[in-house]
Design a protein around this ligand. Structure first.
Ligand SMILES: Nc1nc2c(ncn2[C@@H]2O[C@H](COP(=O)(O)OP(=O)(O)OP(=O)(O)O)[C@@H](O)[C@H]2O)c(=O)[nH]1
Ligand SMILES: [Mg+2]
Length: 487
């Protein structure tokens, strides 16, 4: 460690020593931000950093605003081998003259945010010292989180689960080619690498198409088949699930195609999943899971049940069950998790609590099934960047809870196609008062809602001021995640 050069003035030297000690004693919270692709991770992190550094959140972060002398700023991140979260680029996109949403990000990234306030204890106060808190924000794909469940599964167990899913209602249209390939292929025959390559290609094609059409199907994986990143084309991605052979055919012990697939599955766990767990996931203290729950609601009760299945996978990753290897490797860690239903600005504020209640139901049921223990949960309806405002429209006796914003070009409602320039008033539908109704196929159908994507709003600044950042629920999410560290 580099020691500070001390001043010849004793008081200044003491203060310097105090600062160096305070640096050493600065607590660090490692905050994981995850969610499936397009869930809203990048916008969330950009919003969080901007609101804390600029203090222009609306509604304000009241608890933080009450700390006299509070400030927040970015510092160089501690881990040199993780790419930095490109905060400035994302902010530039959102604050551009014609604002645009940030580019999609497909890999892990990190950012260190430091919060600082005058020390509250008399000794440190006497030296004019500050107290600080580092928040290391780690943005990683939700697909990697779901993969953690593979570590406890053998190739045979994973195959049985993956094939059960492939044959389930609603997925046959995507999995048909893969299932036909399995029918005509003898994986218990002598090893043939071309079969592994061909089968993995058809399997990847099936899960990619299914996920594209139904983004809430979080349980489909393995994650790197969907988001290969640096592993594009790697042999580690050339396996697929198979049926247990009725009898061993041609291949001599350990030399069948199925043996190769099993080996590659084990390598995937060892070289891809386990390092993510050890280097990143096991070091997290707090976690926010962003969920595009409105898209699931849009698909009716069936899509919501897919979302629940995905949440089961998420919960198992957080479950340090008594016998699991995770409990051995995860001695302290994640003690608070926020589940956030993102893009809550797609609905009127009268439905925000209902959205939260639906997510809460899905989360608590998944948590019971996964027997999650130890962590505290909170569900929040969130719009990291609010793009709409509420408008009530009356027609006769009826009041419609509508929203107004600029829908993205090409979005449509009831035959009206939007041009991406003019604002429009949309009635998205009211969410059910009883959250259980959303899970009931007799009561929830895809026709109930009309959600459209909106353009990011132009920046609103007060005269000579920095832009105001409008959001929904950001302060509640952050309160649960870090406020116990604040004075
Ligand atoms: N209306 C609204 N839309 C949002 C909000 N946050 C995200 N979106 C929309 O969701 C899209 C994806 O948001 P991102 O923050 O890039 O999501 P991501 O999870 O980082 O996505 P990947 O990097 O592709 O995994 C954006 O392009 C917006 O269209 C929000 O607060 N309000
Ligand atoms: Mg992103």
């Amino acid at each position: 460690m580099k020691l500070p050069t001390l001043s010849s003035d004793p008081m200044a030297a003491l203060s310097q020593i105090g600062m160096a000690l305070s640096d050493l004693m600065t607590p660090t919270v490692r905050l994981g931000v995850t969610g499936l692709s397009r869930a809203g991770k990048t916008v969330f992190i950009t919003a969080l950093v901007n609101c804390l550094c600029e203090g222009r959140a609306e509604p304000a972060f009241r608890r933080i605003a009450r700390i006299p002398g509070f400030r927040a700023y970015l510092e160089p991140q501690p881990d040199d081998d993780i790419p930095r979260f490109a905060y400035e680029d994302h902010l530039e996109a959102l604050f551009a003259e014609t604002p645009r949403w940030p580019e999609s990000t497909r890999k892990i990234s990190q950012l260190r945010l430091t919060l600082e306030w005058p020390a509250q204890d008399s000794v440190r106060e006497a030296f004019g010292l500050t107290q600080r808190l580092h928040i290391d924000i780690i943005d990683y794909p939700g697909e990697w989180l779901i993969d953690l469940g593979l570590i406890e599964q053998s190739y045979e167990q994973w195959s049985a689960d993956a094939l059960f899913t492939a044959q389930s209602k609603g997925l046959e249209i995507y999995s048909r080619d893969f299932l036909a390939f399995l029918e005509r292929t003898d994986t218990a025959a002598s090893l043939d690498e071309q079969v592994a390559i061909e089968g993995a290609r058809i399997y990847t094609d099936y899960i990619s198409r299914a996920r594209k059409a139904e983004p809430s199907r979080a349980a489909l994986g393995p994650g790197r088949f969907l988001l290969p990143g640096d592993l594009e084309g790697s042999p580690q991605l050339t396996f697929f699930p198979t049926r247990r052979p009725e009898r061993s055919a041609g291949g001599a012990g350990g030399h069948t195609t199925r043996d190769l697939l099993r080996r590659r599955y084990e390598k995937y766990k060892q070289n891809v999943v386990q390092p993510f767990f050890e280097k990143h996931f096991s070091r997290l203290d707090r976690q926010i899971v962003l969920i595009d729950a409105l898209s699931s609601l849009n698909g009716g009760a069936e899509a919501l049940s897919n979302l629940e299945q995905g949440l089961d996978g998420v919960m198992s990753a957080f479950r340090p069950g008594s016998n699991s290897w995770l409990s051995f490797l995860l001695p302290r860690r994640i003690d608070r998790i926020v589940f956030a239903a993102t893009k809550a600005d797609h609905i009127h504020h009268t439905s925000h609590n209902r959205l939260e209640a639906i997510l809460d139901k899905a989360v608590s049921r998944a948590s019971t099934r996964a027997k999650t223990a130890g962590a505290g949960f909170r569900s929040v309806a969130l719009a990291a960047l609010r793009t709409t405002e509420d408008v009530d429209k009356t027609a006769g006796e009826q009041t419609y809870h509508c929203i107004r914003g600029v829908p993205e070009k090409g979005e449509s409602v009831g035959g009206q196609v939007f041009d991406g320039k003019r604002p429009a008033v949309v009635f998205p539908g009211d969410l059910p008062i009883d959250p259980l109704d959303a899970f009931d196929p007799a009561k929830a159908t895809p026709e109930d809602y009309r959600f459209v994507r909106f353009r990011p709003p132009p920046a609103i600044s007060e005269p000579n001021g920095k832009p105001i950042w409008r959001h929904i629920g950001l302060q509640r999410a952050i309160a649960f995640l870090i406020e116990d560290y604040l004075p």
